[in-house]
Ligand binder design. Sequence first.
Ligand code: GDP
Ligand code: ZN
Length: 443
Amino acid sequence: MQNAKRDVIAAIATAPGRGGVGIVRISGANLSTFPFQISGINPIPRHAHFVKFLDDTGEIIDEGILLYFPGPHSFTGEDVIELQGHGGPIVLNMLLVRCLQLGARLAEPGEFTLRAYLNDKLDLAQAESVADLIDASSEQAVKSAMRSLTGEFSNQIEILVAGLIDLRMLVEATLDFPEEEIEFLQSAKAFDRLANICQQVSQVEQSAKQGSLLRDGISVVLIGQPNVGKSSLLNRLAGEEVAIVSAVAGTTRDTVRETIQINGVPIHIVDTAGLRDTEDEVELIGIQRTWRAIEQASLALLLVDAKHGVTSVEDTIIAKLPANLPLYTLHNKIDLECPEKLAGDIYVSAKLGTGIAELKSLLLSVAGWQTEMSSVFLARERHLNAIRLAKHHLECAIEVQANSLELLAEDLRLAQFALASISGGFSADDLLGEIFSRFCIGK
Ligand code: GDP
Ligand code: ZN
């Protein structure tokens, strides 16, 4: 994929369906004659031109704005043209077909961003944040994705990589002069610098963990009999944010999972209500899926009516849960009847909102969310793994210190490579394919 053919690609960049304006985007190495062919004018770069878009017979398809961004000053780094027409699916398709007639081919998902990456307009972490920004499910996630997109995350990583390169140069230089090596490294404060970098990597890890929570959230298994107040509790927890969640177009909702948000952290609720004995094949598939979700969950919440407490029905389900899954018992409807409180249990009234704030902080703290943390980057599992790997090698480096300079040099090298993979320094083609194929078309 590194040698991607720089042929002309085109796609409808706006969301499917009808809207006021719809955009067809075209990118290619040389599009200088393209605007004239589609509109009969030669545009001034980066100026908005009100034009008529014409088909091959000269008949008008639509009228709208044409923008021409000659490379390299464009999103992809190539020549880019935007046709802003009326936002109807048929008219946009006609515009797209016209582009194909003029030599473009349909862009693959994420191909515009891939070209931006290959032309050094964005690094890999920034390219990923483009998709994360589009997919963001809360305002906090948008802000964090934006911090990654503007390069704040990449810059921090770059600074660490630069520090590691300096250190490696020092250590590798001493390999050739074994007599003076230790004093040389000590006078250059090499080990202080190593400890310092390791500590900064830990900080970035914390921040990336938060970002990954914002992006992926946590799973909570909800156990509760009918009428104990599950729906009421979910609505209460979600508060006004639920409207935002359901407004996200294309949010996948299968029957066993419901997503609410607390402080912008997506909480995926896995409902065990459907976990009953059955012969029905469709239901069985659903039940299997529920169990798979349970295996990946962060905690289980057992919701009971405060009047009755835990009964044998709940006991049966609890017995089947993974032994290491933390379990909290939540007594609901304490406005009606409040039993003597057991330490470690939670007491709420979904109806009145009593105890809900405590429940929210419990969920967030189990998730590992630190409310005081500000500059969070919307990190992915891939980034976290790279940071963890780098940290591991740095810790090894600290351990061997001067005992073996060869090992020290090797650990520093591996740490540098791990960190650099975040911005794409040494990325394999299959990684790029994996990342960009998940984009939407036209981005
Ligand atoms: P689910 O079947 O577990 O989802 O339970 P629902 O959320 O549908 O609630 C069942 C009934 O209990 C409804 O009539 C709710 O209004 C009521 N309910 C839920 N939570 C409370 C509560 O905290 N206090 C009181 N008094 N009623 C509640
Ligand atoms: Zn319900």
